[in-house]
Design a protein around this ligand. Structure first.
Ligand code: GLN
Length: 249
């Protein structure tokens, strides 16, 4: 029997800082709660990237690991095919930056990215380290979006932890994931990027543990239907504690 969806965990050894590999665990957990069966393919650099899977996960990493991961993904080429076929991609921090046009390498020079997202990353004036909180931006509030039907609608705030030296500028085809309430995010008052079925974000934590609504969006894209909201008490407690601590409410 084939599973409802296939998830590819990309280079978890290279790109998995600050617990980002927990995003896979959460995705599997949320899929189970929604009654969806899953297959997982974990790949390392040099392994072929499957082009027909439903969800691809990329985590954060140090500058050198980020450049190496980007080179391996470019040499393979299949992540572009997958994205063009409508696969969902969640990319955190280094993974997020490498989907753009360029990002700073360990010397600060611009290293070419995969150009799957219309974003560019340069060094921030100072490293962003600490808790990050953001609120969703409704499609009508965001600049550059022409068709509000294509954008996912998030209702809850976003919580996570950030640790990065790069700040990210978006082109017109990319919508921010949220507006920063505390922390740095992209560096311009926004956090993350959404374009098609790609979500890029600076939220570690891991992101999907703290923000299961994003996990459900990825799963919903994968099975092509909206999934019902499923509240988990422990997650609600965690989120409430983080927002209380970071925002004071
Ligand atoms: N190397 C990137 C930066 O410092 C990403 C860091 C990370 O993934 N945490 O901006």
């Amino acid at each position: 029997m084939t599973a409802d969806l296939t998830i590819v965990a990309i280079y978890a050894d290279l790109l998995g800082t600050y617990g980002d590999n927990g995003n896979l665990t959460t995705l599997l957990h949320r899929a189970r709660l929604h009654g969806l069966t899953t297959d997982v393919i974990s790949i390392q650099p040099g392994d072929p990237v499957p082009s027909q899977a439903d969800i691809y996960l990329l985590g954060g990493g140090e500058d050198t690991a980020q450049t190496a991961a980007c080179a391996a993904l470019r040499a393979d080429g299949n992540i572009r095919t997958a994205a063009e076929n409508g696969a969902a991609i969640l990319a955190i921090c280094a993974g997020y930056q490498l989907l753009g046009e360029y990002f700073p390498d360990s010397t600060g020079a611009r290293s070419p990215g995969l150009e799957l997202l219309d974003i560019r990353t340069d060094r921030l004036p100072q490293r962003a380290v600490g808790e990050l909180a953001a609120e969703p931006i409704s499609p009508s509030q965001s600049t550059g979006s022409t068709d509000s039907n294509q954008w996912p609608v998030f209702s809850g705030r976003f919580t996570g932890y950030e640790n990065h030296a790069g700040g990210t500028a978006r082109g017109p085809s990319v919508r921010p994931l949220g507006r920063v309430l505390s922390g740095i995010g992209n560096g311009d008052g926004t956090e993350g990027s959404v374009s098609g079925h790609i979500i890029g974000s600076y939220l570690h934590g891991p992101c999907l543990v703290r923000n299961p609504e994003i996990a459900d969006q990825l799963l919903g894209w994968a099975v092509d239907r909206e999934l019902p909201a499923l509240e988990e008490h422990s997650v609600n407690e965690l989120r409430a504690e983080r927002f209380r601590t970071v925002l004071g409410h």
